[in-house]
Ligand binder design. Structure first.
Ligand code: ANZ
Ligand code: ZN
Length: 816
């Protein structure tokens, strides 16, 4: 039954595409075609490609190939995010250099991508670990540094005791190192930071431009940035002067019954009495073991130490005790709070634990928090609050801010939860930070003409083992240099950059990868960017995608580009799971992409991935049948080989029924592909295949021009999903060259005359949608169509479907 040998045709066409330059983007300014930039999140070179890659790159490839068929000038590049810890750990284990593991894996993946038929422009390939790439990390870093956007500060950082390196907050997941799972501790270190907080408001405001992004990602970014409005209020700490607190609830100022300082803030050390100091020291040692997440948890039992001093409430002169506790963070707001136990749950838990007073200042109608143990954060009228009595919460907030501003005791303000981006890492396989520390000049940026600062050669194996300082610190001839500004003996910074720096701007470089006068050619970026479509996993919601947006804004502010958002549209693909669960070694349910391809061929594997469901949804491989996909492809291919009319024949004289069906299918598939509903588009192509089969076997026969028309339309449309078999088919149809650049078929409106009926779709007997369908539609197709309806899905709202009653073509009733 099989009409083609996948393995043989794959290699043939890979060579042809490369020879013809089929997927090479044109930089010619005179090229009149519309430019389109299809960007996939570039891979990390760990081993070979896996099923997840198979899914995401198949989706991106469909988009890119579709654009090619529409006659656009398409940029679809590939590169590797090739610095990072796994390479270093592998090198330690094998007594090798990280580059050996890295570049070997890159080659493996590159070969797999070729085999997988991805329409990459290989001429633009880049690797972030190449000196001519990381040179520009360094160049950009020095621009940030000159503007005060890269700076060093001491402070407590997240430290992975296993990897012996710092982690950004974003890399700590539930208190553990995102990479190795070790429990993360806090450690005092001087580190480099990017001042992303300067861009917090713009990162929020510019979300206006991101209507093409999934809403959940925007929500996650909004929460991560964590903007809140409130007031800074100044309290006097007796004997120690003024201290400011940040509060989102200045209306509750009269309800402050104690004051809390972060145990690990310098302020606690400064104000604690000698008598209470040993207790504070002991407590701090305990707090150091906790992550921010533990500390902020409302679940956690409250702990703390009285510091022996009192604060004075600025509005009523009341003296309240000052405590140190872990639930206040040193690096948020001002590291100190006024505690209002009646209206804040954590304050109430603390008050209960240490028997501190609770005073209600907002009458909400709820029971007394002191009795119930439940704080009342809601709306109400102010009581026990002097001039605020009787006001609503909102009125009281404005009024008290007015009063505080008048008396110079505080002011309204905005706060962000977003922290600066900690970018130094104490590891080898990354971009050296291009700073020289001079005893007299301080931090001096390496001059542009001395970039790149290359990683020293010969550091391998044991020399890379984690020691708490960067392995670079041990390479004396590399570390010791002259100060570029005064010539004195000086030392290089020995940390390397977080690899998220590398991935924050690589998409700019793709537009002009050989450019030597800067990180990218501004002229090329102007032509290609912002990228029209970015595709990758939702796990990058806050780190990578926020950093890309931040870099783009800084690059804009450097005057190098005139837009502020890098990606117009974002798509997060679903995961490939197996038997309802994520694939994992421990479950033994892993599926190997390479083996699937060996068995069924690339075309069938890609078709299976894309037929499984909408691209955003998870695919359960256990439910899929690549064997059935291969069968379908063979049927489609056979039709292309059986057509007996000549290429160029006038379709107008062909069988009218088949012509109508073909044009209707073209119209539908075009719309579906435009909406990224590839699975439904494939279903339509299957129907077209059946119609053509029928026409050959029991209709006008293989020589009818309508059969050629159907076969050609099918070949072109299917080629975005399954490129190899359709190239073969195109050749069998008597054409030369690659099908990939052939114009997408266009439906003739004259052939789209109404031959449809209206089908009513009901959920539990209520009409939810009406569908225009073919009078000949099969019950199965009608059911799939009804279930795919957005209105129906919205009504079902995730409830399991129990039964679907189909009376084709008029009625579908869904029972949930
Ligand atoms: C008094 C108060 C009364 C508060 C009340 C809340 C409710 P967001 O929205 O996250 O900005 N806070 C301030 N600095 C803090 C720190 N360093 N660590 C932990 N908590 C801190 O929250 C701001 C609120 O979190 C502030 O408002 C403060 O508690 C607390 F009925 O002040 B509030
Ligand atoms: Zn100097």
């Amino acid at each position: 039954e099989q009409t083609y040998d996948p393995a043989a045709v794959q290699e043939k066409w890979q060579a042809r595409w490369e020879e013809l330059g089929t997927f090479v983007a044109s930089d010619d300014p005179a090229d009149p075609r519309e430019r389109r930039y299809m960007l996939d999140m570039f891979p990390y070179p760990s081993g070979d490609l896996h099923m997840g890659h198979g899914e995401v790159f198949a989706i991106g490839d469909v988009v890119a190939r579709y654009w090619f068929h529409q006659g656009h000038n398409v940029l679809h590049p590939i590169g590797w995010d090739s610095f990072g810890l796994p390479a270093e750990n592998a090198a330690i284990k094998r007594n090798a250099h990280p580059a050996e593991w890295t570049y070997a894996n890159i080659e493996t993946q590159a070969n797999s991508f070729r085999r997988y038929g991805i329409s990459f422009d290989w001429t633009r390939r880049l690797h972030t670990s190449d000196p001519d790439y990381y040179k520009w990390n360094q160049w950009l870093f020095t621009r940030f540094f000159e503007r005060g956007l890269a700076y060093r500060k001491g402070g407590l950082v997240n430290w992975c005791p296993n990897d012996q390196t710092v982690l950004a907050n974003e890399q700590v997941v539930a208190g553990q190192c995102e990479r190795c799972g070790a429990v993360v501790i806090r450690r005092e270190l001087t580190q480099w930071y990017f001042k992303i907080t300067d861009y917090a408001q713009r990162l929020l405001d510019d979300m206006d431009q991101l209507s093409g992004w999934p809403e959940p990602i925007l929500t996650m970014q909004r929460n991560w940035i964590g903007r809140s409005e409130g007031a800074d209020v100044t309290f006097e700490i007796e004997g120690h002067g003024a201290v400011t607190v940040y509060t989102t609830r200045p209306d509750t100022l009269y309800g402050a019954t104690f004051f809390v300082v972060a145990a690990d803030a310098a302020l606690a050390d400064r104000i604690v009495t000698d008598e209470r100091r040993p207790a504070l020291e002991a407590y701090k040692a305990e707090v150091a073991k906790l992550t921010d997440i533990d500390r902020l948890s409302t679940e956690k039992e409250k702990t703390g130490v009285f510091l022996g001093v009192h604060a004075v409430n600025p509005v009523n002169g009341e003296r309240i005790p000052v405590w140190a506790a872990d639930y206040v963070l040193a690096d948020y707001g001002h590291g100190a709070i006024m505690a209002v136990p009646a209206h804040d749950q954590r304050d109430l838990d603390f008050a209960k634990t240490f028997d501190l007073p609770v005073r209600v200042v907002l009458e909400t109608g709820a029971a007394d928090p002191a009795e119930t143990g439940t704080a009342t954060p809601g709306e109400g009228r102010l009581i026990n609050s002097g001039p605020l009595d009787g006001l609503s919460k909102t009125e009281a907030i404005s009024k008290i801010i007015e009063v505080l501003e008048e008396k110079d005791l505080g002011h309204g303000t905005v706060n962000f939860r977003l922290r600066d981006w900690l970018l130094s890492r104490q590891r080898f396989w990354g971009t050296p930070i291009p700073i020289i520390h001079c005893p007299s000049c301080g931090e001096v940026a390496v001059p542009d003409e001395d970039l790149p600062v290359r990683l020293p050669e010969g550091v391998r194996g044991e020399a890379l083992a984690p020691k708490g300082v960067s392995p670079l610190a041990g390479v004396e001839e590399w570390v010791n240099v002259k100060c570029p500004s005064c010539g004195a003996d000086a030392k290089r910074d020995t940390d390397t950059m977080d690899t998220f720096v590398d991935s924050s701007w690589y998409f700019f470089r793709y537009t002009s990868p050989g450019y030597t006068a800067g990180p990218f050619d501004p002229e090329q970026v102007r032509r290609w960017m912002p990228a029209g479509q970015y595709i990758g996993g939702k796990e990058h919601a806050v780190m990578h995608l926020l950093y890309c947006r931040f870099f783009t804004k800084v690059i804009h502010d450097l005057g190098m580009i005139d837009f502020v958002e890098p990606f117009t549209r974002l798509l997060n693909q679903g995961q490939v799971i197996n038997q309802g669960k994520a694939m994992s070694k421990s479950l033994g349910n892993g599926v190997d992409l390479g083996k699937q391809i060996d068995e069924f061929g690339v075309d069938a594997v890609r078709l299976t991935m894309l037929f499984a469901g909408p691209p955003e949804e998870d695919i359960d491989w256990a439910d899929m049948s690549p064997a059935a996909s291969l069968k379908f492809l063979a049927r489609a291919h056979r039709i292309m080989t059986e057509v007996s009319s000549a290429p160029g024949v006038d379709f107008a004289s062909g069988d009218l029924d088949l012509r109508r069906f073909t044009h209707k299918t073209v119209a539908e598939v075009t719309k579906l592909v435009d909406g990224y509903r590839f699975n439904v588009a494939i279903a339509r192509m299957m129907e077209l295949t059946s119609a053509a089969r029928k026409a050959i076997d029991s209709g006008p026969g293989a020589g009818d021009p309508a059969v050629r028309e159907a076969a050609e339309a099918l070949a072109i449309m299917l080629s975005i999903i399954s490129p190899y078999v359709t190239e073969e088919g195109w050749e069998a149809l008597g054409h030369e060259g690659s099908i990939a650049r052939v114009q997408w078929p266009v439906a003739d409106p004259a052939l789209l005359v109404q031959d449809s009926v209206t089908c009513v779709v009901q959920v539990l007997g209520k009409v939810r949608d009406r569908l225009e369908v073919s009078p000949e539609i099969s019950a199965g197709d009608l059911e799939a169509l009804a279930l795919a309806s957005e209105k129906v899905q919205a009504d079902i709202a995730g409830r399991p479907v129990r039964k679907v009653i189909v009376k084709a073509p008029k009625i579908v009733n869904i029972v949930v």
